[in-house]
Write a protein that binds this ligand. Structure first.
Ligand code: NI
Ligand code: MN
Length: 238
């Protein structure tokens, strides 16, 4: 499955359906495309902050994509004349080849107007039988080990930039707790405040976890296949 890293937290998964997550494209200094070039069947929005909600409403209007978001945010998006599914933490939707479950994130959220729009969230989703976890914006939290790891994640999209979210060191712990097979780092190096040493993150994931780090540069893609974990059993303490 081709996975496009548009930049920041925005990824586009090109399976039997096109699933777009956190489409911050207009104003994204790392984006190499414009919002009117993106196609999608479903759009997942983790929370209302502008660097995640982004162009969701405009893209959904143009493409007919269905939007999945926290109930208050989803209702606001739906009021703009697009199809929205306003779910809440623990809630699931089954569209056949694409299934999605909303999970917790430890972060804040508001509309572009500054108004309240419910909690920030993350998503576990299954596209063509591959299990993905997009953490949205979050600090490290123990549900990663106690709840999310139980879903046997293939590929996690995790923020590593610090300042607004967990940093790279916490993200390595998250990878351990999630027991995911692969991790794509997101939400780093977009702005000066979230400047991060990517090479160190990749090194630490390799040394300290059974996962493989799969960093992708904005505008480039990862050809992803479901596979086994790296057979390393001995952890070093971090
Ligand atoms: Ni945020
Ligand atoms: Mn953010």
């Amino acid at each position: 499955m081709k996975i496009d890293y548009i930049g920041h937290s925005c990824v586009l998964l090109n399976g039997s359906k096109k699933v777009l997550v956190d489409p911050f494209i207009t104003g994204n200094p790392k984006a190499k495309i414009t919002a009117d070039e993106v196609e999608a069947d479903y759009i997942l929005v983790t929370h209302g902050h502008a660097d995640h909600l982004g162009d969701a409403v405009e893209i959904a209007k143009r493409t007919g994509a269905e939007v999945i978001a926290m109930v208050e945010l989803g209702n606001w998006i739906g009021a703009h004349g697009v199809t929205a599914h306003p779910i809440n933490i623990g809630g699931s939707l089954d569209f056949g080849d694409f299934k999605v479950k909303m999970v917790s994130a430890t972060h804040s959220s508001c509309l572009p107007t500054g108004e309240y729009c419910g909690l920030a969230a993350g998503f576990i989703f299954w596209l063509d039988d591959i299990c993905f976890y997009h953490a949205g914006d979050t600090g490290l939290f123990s549900d990663m080990a106690y709840v999310i790891a139980g879903f046997e994640i293939d590929l996690s999209f995790l923020p590593i930039g610090g300042y607004y979210t967990m940093d790279a060191k916490d993200a390595v712990k998250a990878v351990k707790w999630l027991e995911c097979k692969d991790v794509m780092p997101i939400h780093y190096n977009t702005f000066p405040a979230i400047t991060t040493d990517l090479d160190k993150f990749v090194h630490d994931v390799t040394i300290h976890t059974v996962a493989t780090a799969r960093p992708v540069q904005p505008g480039e893609s990862l050809e992803y296949e479901k596979r086994g974990r790296r057979p390393i059993k001995k952890y070093e303490k971090i």
